[in-house]
Ligand binder design. Structure first.
Ligand code: 4NP
Length: 150
């Protein structure tokens, strides 16, 4: 089983979308996808209603997800850890215990835009259009990840 973890700050906007999108592109018998936040702000909560809406519009159901915080043990459980922005990257790499842990951490948009270090912008304080554009970016990156892994 190959395991992939999507990480953002709150685990209610971006990473739940990345989680749902990638899961929809990979066979369940060989891949497990999950998501987590670097913060403890939204533990146990449903994804943001705007993320739920944009996912639903695109045929993906993310309402089974609940917010959780990244834990050190996630370095052992997951093969790949995709983060949304530089701040997530710093926060997670800070927790790495060794080079093997830190080597698992990657900016997700480097899959679609290699070596550009682009960020998935935090849509939390904006409107619905921010969620649409986040969805498009994540869908493009997840298509490439799924092709590579599958
Ligand atoms: P996310 O967005 O990291 O994409 O889940 C955010 C959600 C909540 C907050 C910040 C970002 N917040 O500050 O509560």
């Amino acid at each position: 089983m190959t395991k992939i973890l999507m990480v953002c700050l709150g685990n209610i906007c971006r990473s739940p979308l990345a989680h749902g999108i990638l899961e929809s592109k990979l066979p369940k018998d060989r891949f497990e996808v999950d998501s987590a936040g670097t913060s403890n702000y939204h533990i146990g909560e449903l994804p943001d209603k705007r993320s739920i809406e944009v996912a639903t519009k695109n045929g993906i159901n993310i309402t089974g997800q609940r917010g959780r915080q990244f834990q050190i043990e996630d370095f052992d459980s997951f093969d790949f850890i995709y983060v949304m922005d530089q701040s997530n990257f710093k926060d997670i790499v800070k927790l790495a215990r060794n080079d093997e842990d830190s080597a698992k951490v990657k900016l997700i948009l480097n899959e679609s835009h290699p070596n550009k270090n682009l960020e998935v912008p935090d849509p939390y304080h904006g409107g619905y259009s921010g969620f649409d554009s986040v969805y498009k970016m994540l869908d493009e990156a997840c298509t490439i990840i799924a092709k590579k892994l599958n």
